[in-house]
Design a protein around this ligand. Structure first.
Ligand SMILES: [Zn+2]
Ligand SMILES: [Zn+2]
Length: 77
């Protein structure tokens, strides 16, 4: 559970697969998102729904699980 602190705009972008929230501030770009457990990821607008994966709290896009963003490949080699 992440509480939003006053004066700190957190990213809170959700991981498209795990649903983990990014705990970095909004200004972390272009560094990757990172959750409180240290997992990092990059994402981009979902190519299927272009960010509109959730309508009236209902997930309409199976590609991104409703978060509107799709994972980008991390190149770790
Ligand atoms: Zn983030
Ligand atoms: Zn989508």
């Amino acid at each position: 559970m992440i509480s939003k602190r006053p004066g700190a705009d957190l990213c809170l972008r959700r991981h498209a697969e795990t649903g983990a929230e990014c705990c970095l501030t909004d200004s972390h770009y272009p560094r990757p998102h990172r959750d409180i457990n240290g997992a990092i990821w990059h994402d981009g607008l979902c190519p299927e729904c272009h960010g509109g994966g959730t309508v009236l709290d209902t997930v309409v896009c199976p590609s991104c699980n409703g978060v509107g963003f799709a994972l980008l490949e991390l190149h770790e080699d």
